[in-house]
Ligand binder design. Sequence first.
Ligand SMILES: [Zn+2]
Length: 266
Amino acid sequence: MAGDSVDVFGLTPPGEGAHDLELTASQVTRLETADIVFYIGDGFQPGVEKVLSSLPSTTKKVDLLQELTVVDVIPQLEGTEGETDGEVLASGKDPHVWLDPANMATMTRSVASVLSSAAGLDADAIGAAANAYVSELETLGAEFDAGLANCQSRVLVTSHRAFEYLAQRTNLQQVAIAGVNPDEEPSAKSLEAIAKFAAANNVSTIFFETLLPPDLANVIANEIGATTDLLDPIEGFSQEDLDEGASYVVAQRSNLERLRQGLECS
Ligand SMILES: [Zn+2]
């Protein structure tokens, strides 16, 4: 954002999810020599917070969650036994804040405001870049609002519970197959309950995710004669995606297109 004047170093490696990131020794060294560290706190990445707590007060540590309204993890669909451990913040809230473009805009402003006051950086250039990105995010948000206003179904069946912020913004009901923790296998009884609910709510597409196998989505889709499609929780781009110019806005526009098709929106 700040052009050539800031050396940006991301901690989550390409192709890996952001939850419960383990840091390598060289990443710890990079953290120890950083001037400013932006992170998502509340136990989202305990390994990062542990290192941060050992850094001197001269390192500026900015928890981007501070400016956001963090929502509760939604209760599982009745008749399913989804777990609520794993993939939740230490406070028990839902960490997937970035999937609402409005939260990305707020985090952009937070980053810009911290960078603008850092010594040796061009505050005007930072402000201008932030404003341009925020307006891009606002446009994206408006596209979601308009694009998902009139749909045959308002039920979003996903493989893991990543899309609550987007669902709340656009007035959809998220039903997650794997509960909060994607590593947990739901029972046949849970899958049955989700299939029944989906069929009763005009669901014609079951969504699965980039970093997860589609098996369970296929089970439910087969049962109710639905198709499956891919949604990206934007928890990590692969190196290949990055080489092809992947970005948050591009990934979200693709999510919107798939949602519009899958929920049969006009
Ligand atoms: Zn997640």
